[in-house]
Design a protein around this ligand. Structure first.
Ligand code: ADP
Ligand code: MG
Length: 292
């Protein structure tokens, strides 16, 4: 490819809201074999809502929701906003927060009005030595509905299971279809629950799911998919995605995502619409003379 064709190609991409930060990315994309995508905020809107709350024996809804919302009020995670919004909608007063701690990939904990409160994934409860089996049936059902089950512990006892749902972005199904039409393999890499991730993958026809990945495991997942399939593009939005964006052959960040992700990426999808990914690949092939 000549420098001129690359400039023309990236100019066309910019008109479509696809910003090439690295000219080399346009050349690399034409031979991509697999596109791996983060889930929350990339495939989905990243604005989940609380949909369910089941209580363990002896716990009361308002008390549990107010306490977990007090902890989540301090968290940056999209799940946190869903829980705080639900408490606000019920006019629950937040308590006195102390000793807040975020355990990345697991959940959050703090002391609320002098009582220990933890909220997060089943693996977080397992770390605390709490058995979540009483909610197993509901958790499976919710996961199969593409909802994310979460667990709350109050004063060292399992108090509730909650679920949040995060709808797909409008352009996501069409983007995945277009990637398949271009002959690419499509994978999802997520920290979320396996059943939830698989339910979403089923809806979208995604070929391969790597779920329950801890934040420092995304790079290993990228390396593994690269070794299995060849040249890989990774699409993500979060702080957690920055190392995977850098490790991919081409990293594409969501424009509304975190600055750290954007800085680690070669390409930025300004509108956040995933249809920019097949557009960029098709453009790369057209510009660099490899139309298939
Ligand atoms: P992802 O962005 O793919 O959800 P994370 O590593 O951020 O991956 O989170 C993994 C899991 O840890 C979440 O799906 C959730 O179960 C739990 N978690 C993380 N942060 C929180 C939080 N603030 N509140 C509740 N659960 C959380
Ligand atoms: Mg994300």
């Amino acid at each position: 490819a000549t420098p001129t064709s690359i400039m023309v190609g990236s100019g066309r991409a910019a008109e479509l809201g696809v910003l090439f930060r690295q000219g080399e990315a346009l050349q690399l994309l034409k031979d991509a074999k697999v596109v791996a995508l983060d889930k929350t905020g990339t495939l989905t809107r990243g604005k989940p809502e609380l949909t369910d709350l089941f209580l363990a024996e002896g716990f009361e809804r308002g008390m549990v929701l107010a306490r977990v919302a007090t902890v989540e009020d301090r968290s940056e995670h999209p799940i946190a906003r869903a829980i705080v919004a639900a408490a606000e909608a019920e006019n629950l007063a937040l308590g006195q927060l102390e000793n807040f701690e975020s355990v990345t990939g697991y959940g959050v904990r703090a002391t609320v009005d002098g009582v220990r409160v933890e909220i997060g994934a089943d693996r977080f409860m397992a770390q605390l030595g709490l058995d979540v089996a009483i909610f197993a049936g509901e958790a499976q059902r919710l996961g199969d509905e593409a909802k994310t089950p979460l667990y709350a512990a109050v004063d060292g006892r399992l108090a509730a299971m909650l679920a949040v749902a995060d709808p797909l972005k409008d352009g996501t199904p069409a983007a995945i279809r277009a990637l398949h039409d271009l002959g690419l393999k499509v994978s999802m890499i997520t920290g979320d629950n396996r059943r939830t991730a698989e339910a979403i993958a089923r809806q979208l026809g995604i070929d391969e799911v790597v779920a329950e990945v801890l934040p420092d495991g995304k790079v290993a997942a990228v390396e593994r998919l690269k070794a299995a399939h060849g040249r890989l593009a990774f699409v993500g939005d979060g702080i957690n995605d920055a190392p995977a964006l850098a490790a991919a052959d081409v990293g594409l960040a969501i424009g509304s995502g975190t600055d750290i992700a954007i800085e680690a990426a070669d390409v930025v999808l300004m509108s956040g619409d995933l249809r920019g990914v097949p557009t960029a690949i098709a453009l790369s092939r057209a510009t660099l003379g490899n139309i298939r």
